[in-house]
Design a protein around this ligand. Structure first.
Ligand code: ADP
Length: 526
């Protein structure tokens, strides 16, 4: 519980005026307004900023749309910056901590109703507090035909993850692409409905994104333009059969050939999910103990990686993906996968097949994500360096080509190891892009680790920039820096979104600084 946590060291912010706290408590009930030390549970649990960690001045937990609108009125009257979160589990990127000190976090976890599940059209309508765990449990309990897509850790919000462009590992793994028909409270307090949901009472409200006129749903992804209070989420009908595949290659230099073998299968739809390629170090961080392989502060090297590979029977690089359909379709897809993988020297393909209606307990832990079963297994990677567990993530957008990915892997490893950390991570391949991930585990209490993380991230961003690449997502501490790297046309897109910001949020109270977008005159660099 938030109230039981000790307050970590934080940057002091402007406290919320007593009159505003009173108004919030009148509107929401006192138990739903947290201030002072009660906000500790909403401070970045993996912060590397030490005493400069940005903490909220307060937390408001609305129970419905009317309460969200009341918060907006009060925030406008008292010029309080807001920071909406759904479950607030965006760990490694800042958790629930806001971009500016003195903010009021609007935590939507109490709005956690599954409003409908349409088995015919395979769509659920959810409030933002619904977690992947909760949705999965409901679908099991009701013997639903639908299979959710889940990210690495299942405790977060389905909507929060999608809005931040998170992803999972089934054919519906591009979570933002599954949102259809949003309800959004604008910074002015007005409630808007997007796409077909703009037609009152439309039975297609969550089935057709287009509606009539310009599409605005994208305005609410990674944005400071509104608070999403419900959304349609498309889901995959549970297939009759599924195959969880892994391909292991033995050498560091095999990465390019592996990527080039998988990409055509992703583009032509043979592989329907993404293909996530992890190195041996990320496998070790997920299931091993660092002390069994490494001395305290020396980055894991290839000799130690060889020991990891032997101990856990994994490759240097390990690709995982799923095949789905009737058994005949899965078999046909598998034949094409076998043929492609056999062309990669040293590659080994392992396959486990499952019926669509399998009991989650019978699924191998490594296959859960491909079968839409949420878990908390990956939480333990934060403990890889011992001490006070923490990690930060670096997520780079690349083309899914062996050439570019091999270059990126070398550059990321060089930078991560230069700061004394292990390169644990890999590349998630989609048909037309890849996300390069470095998951940097550190000890939050270690006085060398925190500054090393603060040095490392900008160096990774620079290394990405030199490749013409950039991250798609950012820790709050680096939102401005990454925004400057999206520099085409002298930052023409940023100028456009900044103009929209002023028009949509005239009081400048909604998530100022989110993704480097500020109300005019409020940026720290002004
Ligand atoms: P999760 O718990 O799924 O990891 P969070 O709730 O931490 O996700 O949300 C991640 C980020 O997405 C937030 O920091 C915020 O910028 C944005 N976000 C989340 N929920 C909403 C929402 N309902 N409306 C607008 N933005 C949101």
């Amino acid at each position: 519980m938030a109230t039981m946590l000790a307050m970590p060291p934080c940057a002091p912010g402007v406290p919320i005026e007593a009159a505003a706290v009173r108004a919030l408590r009148d509107a929401l009930g006192s138990e739903n307004v947290l201030i002072d030390d009660a906000v500790a549970g909403h401070v970045d649990p993996y912060s590397f900023m030490g005493p400069e960690t940005v903490a909220p001045a307060g937390v408001a937990l609305p129970g419905d749309v009317a309460e969200v609108q009341a918060i907006l009125r009060i925030a406008t009257d008292h010029a309080i910056p807001l920071w909406p979160v759904s479950a607030g589990r965006n760990y490694a990127y800042g958790g629930a901590s806001p971009r500016v000190a003195g903010s009021l976090v609007v935590d939507l976890r109490r709005m956690n109703r599954i409003l409908s599940v349409d088995e015919e059209c395979a769509v659920a309508v959810l409030e933002p507090g619904v977690t992947f765990m909760q949705l999965h449990a409901r679908l099991r309990a009701t013997r639903s035909r639908l299979m959710p897509s889940v990210p690495d850790i299942g405790w977060g919000s389905v909507i929060g993850n999608a809005l931040e462009r998170g992803f999972g590992y089934t054919p519906y793994g591009d979570h933002a692409a599954q949102l259809c028909g949003l309800d959004v409270v604008l910074p002015t307090g007005e409630l808007v409905h997007t796409g077909m949901a703009a037609k009152a009472g439309s039975p297609a409200a969550h089935l057709y994104k287009g509606g009539y006129g310009p599409s605005v749903e994208g305005l609410y992804l990674q944005s400071s333009f509104g608070i999403v209070t419900q959304a349609g989420v498309w889901m995959m009908p549970r297939p009759a059969a599924a195959a969880a595949c892994s391909v292991q290659v033995p050498r560091s230099d095999d990465l390019a050939a592996l990527v080039d073998a998988l990409r055509p299968l992703l583009i032509d739809g043979t592989i329907q999910s993404n293909a996530v390629i992890g190195n041996a170090a990320i496998v070790a961080a997920a299931i091993g103990e660092r002390a069994d392989f490494c001395e305290a502060d020396v980055p894991i090297d290839d000799d130690r990686i060889a020991r990891v590979m032997e101990r856990f029977h994994v490759g240097y690089w390990n690709a995982r993906f799923g095949l789905y359909g009737t058994q005949a379709l899965v078999d046909a897809r598998l034949a094409a996968v076998r043929a492609a993988v056999s062309a990669v020297p040293g590659a080994v393909l392992d396959v486990r097949t499952y019926p669509g209606d399998i009991d989650p307990a019978a699924v191998h832990p490594a296959d859960r994500a491909q079968l839409g079963i949420p878990s908390l297994d990956m939480v333990r990677v934060a403990a890889w360096r011992g001490g006070q567990p923490a990690h930060t993530d670096f997520s780079l957008v690349l083309p899914p080509t062996g050439r570019e990915i091999a270059v990126a892997a070398r550059a990321i490893r060089r930078e991560v190891e230069a700061q004394g950390f292990d390169y644990a991570g890999g590349f998630t391949l989609f048909p037309r892009h890849a996300i390069g991930l470095a998951l940097v585990a550190f000890d939050r209490e270690d006085d060398r680790h925190r500054p090393a993380v603060r040095t490392l991230l900008p160096r990774l961003f620079d290394a990405a920039d030199a490749m013409g690449a950039a991250p798609y997502r950012s820790h709050t501490a680096f939102m401005d820096l990454i925004a400057t790297q999206y520099d085409a046309g002298d930052r023409a897109l940023w100028r456009l979104t900044s103009r929209l910001k002023d028009a949509i949020d005239p009081a400048g109270i909604m998530a100022p600084g989110k993704q480097g977008i500020w109300p005019t005159g409020r940026s720290p660099s002004n």
